[in-house]
Design a protein. Sequence first.
Length: 131
Amino acid sequence: MTPARLGIIYRPAGLMRFVDVIGLPAAKELFYTARKVSARRAVDLRLVNRACPPEELEQVTYEMAREIVDNAPLSIRGTKRILSMCMEFRGLPEEEAKEAEDLIRHCMESKDLIEGKKAFLEKRKPKFQGK
């Protein structure tokens, strides 16, 4: 985080995201000093989920993408949207809360949920269709 080296200030929402993730003391340190952060420190501060050597990045990325794509598309899409709204609004205003409930209800009424439960009971990998 080098905004201090550039002569700029992050917007409050951006600063609060850092505070929420790494805490106020660490956020102050990063923004006041504008020090570069090593991969190990970024993991320790929870700025990134994991670090890997550059030569393994493609493999690690594709492995994670395969894990995600194997899951129910409606669930992933709805969760992404709800998390995005939560980060934007710091809690959900009435309209966004209704949208979140609609997304959840849509998943609960989906063929994917039936398939997921059936696959679980049959101890097999589910075949989701996003329906």
